[in-house]
Design a protein around this ligand. Sequence first.
Ligand code: GTP
Ligand code: MG
Length: 194
Amino acid sequence: MKIKNVKLYKAVYRPEDIPQTPYNEVAFVGRSNVGKSSLLNTLANNFKLARVSSQPGKTRSINFYLIDGKFFLVDLPGYGFAKVPLSEQKRWRDLIESYLKGRDRLKGIFLLVDSKVGPTEKDLQMKEWLDFYGIPYVVVATKVDKLKQKERRKLEERIREGFKNNSIKIIPFSSKTREGRDRLLKELSHFLES
Ligand code: GTP
Ligand code: MG
């Protein structure tokens, strides 16, 4: 699959503004600062598409990107950043849950996990949520360029342990080196064809 044209279709801040769209979509979820926006930019070969920041909590809206006029990639706000006020965290969670609940055309999720940090309690909750609602997902281990060789060898085992699931699909990924980009595009095609 090649991605040529990416357009921000809509940025949504409130559950009631989530659009019904005529296309299939695949979404990205993960902790704040895990590298969602960077990953989207890497897929789209466009470094200014989604806002990247070293300050967690940058993406506050659900962003719907229309890809080549055919499907949507959806960037969800990052969860679980402790320094964001609780009221704001709750607002994000409500927004994310409203989105995930009623999405007929949501074909799959990329669940991003920071490969240095491993799955957190919040990631586990998200996974259980996805299992419960029967939404297919693949785990993307981000920022693998930061790992030492030994950490790298143990990466998948650690993530599977963390998620208590031995059959989970994991894609090691880096926006810096672009490792994993092709595999991700392949999984994206699978989701969209399913
Ligand atoms: P929020 O929008 O706050 O939820 O964050 P996000 O998940 O969109 O993360 P973002 O892409 O903004 O990246 C957060 C920080 O991690 C930035 O400083 C990025 O430069 C850095 N980063 C993202 N991807 C990688 C990667 O593959 N390797 C390395 N070394 N750093 C990365
Ligand atoms: Mg972001």
